[in-house]
Ligand binder design. Sequence first.
Ligand SMILES: [Zn+2]
Ligand SMILES: [Zn+2]
Length: 386
Amino acid sequence: MRFCYRCGISEEEGGPLIDGLCQVCFRRENPILLLEPEKNTELCQNCGSYKKGGVWVDPQNYELPALIFEVAENTLIESLEECLVRVKDFEIVGWEDIEEREPPVGRALVAFRPVDWHVDYFPAIIIYEVRAKARIHELQVEPHDETRRVTVYVRQTVCPRCQRFLAGYYEAILQVRVEGREFTKEEREEITRLVQAKVDEIMKRDRMGFIQDTIEKEEGIDFYMGSTSSARKLAQAIRERFGGTISEAYELVGLDRQTSKEIYRTSVTIRLPKFRKGDVVGDKHGRVYVVERVDGKGLKLRNLEDWSEEHRDWRTVKRDGIDLVEHEERKALLMNLTPKEAQFMDMQTYETFEIERPKMELEEGRVYRLIRVRGRYYVGFMGVSE
Ligand SMILES: [Zn+2]
Ligand SMILES: [Zn+2]
């Protein structure tokens, strides 16, 4: 007959023995929930971020007190990860469910609930009740079932990102410019909207990707960016949508006092193409087109000879010498078609005039965009240039 070496109970009564201990003494000698009674944690008073696994992360909740509970819970779960050393892993279950559930060997079931708190001022305090059930040995008849209380203090701080942001820090400048023409108000607004949407996306992964400042200049817009990679990603996003070319320049701004390394600031410049939707362009063969779309790949053109659609990538645009052509325009109503001629009425002057009948099918009674290049009239759609 064997006996528990701790309390002396026989194996028959208190067994089976595990490492010489009865069931009760085995559980008492090997507690699973070694939680510290008090825990301290911080959240950024500026952006609500907090440290998770040693890195600053953005919260799921921005509203107090949900944010405070999120931060405190994260600290509680992290301390569970540290303290549940006698099991391989653990599963968090609802407070109501843990009673019913039986833990398999090596896996703890943990439930917690806040039992008392104040979250109206800092430091916020939340007291949690934590219950854990586990079997850490195959011979265990009853599982461990332990309950502890933990007080989590949540304090305010300023995260490193916000410290830099508040100090006016920036790492790169994104310069948006246009190639040889005016930068329109609509384009500026469209680009600013695109940049803001993209920054929101970038900030999910790159917390330094913030816009420190936006400066409108006559020649374009300067975005002062918290990170160079963010500036590059934005330039790419703009190019994808509007086309253009990206270049980078570096400026020596000083020496790091500690490492005496040179510190450079990057300027990422995106130059938007000269062409815009609705522009009238020509190529070196004398063909005339209306630009229907401009994007990162190239141009979609409408050939004014027969209204056929043509795509040109940027290299071909260059090779074919596509450029703006001098022209005059008038809106005109198609009055009458004869086999050889088309008769139009100018919508502003009501003057009527005839041109050689073009190849395309035209509808009498419709208004067209008449484009005169080198003395010849071309018929375009309305709408493309508006
Ligand atoms: Zn015992
Ligand atoms: Zn912050």
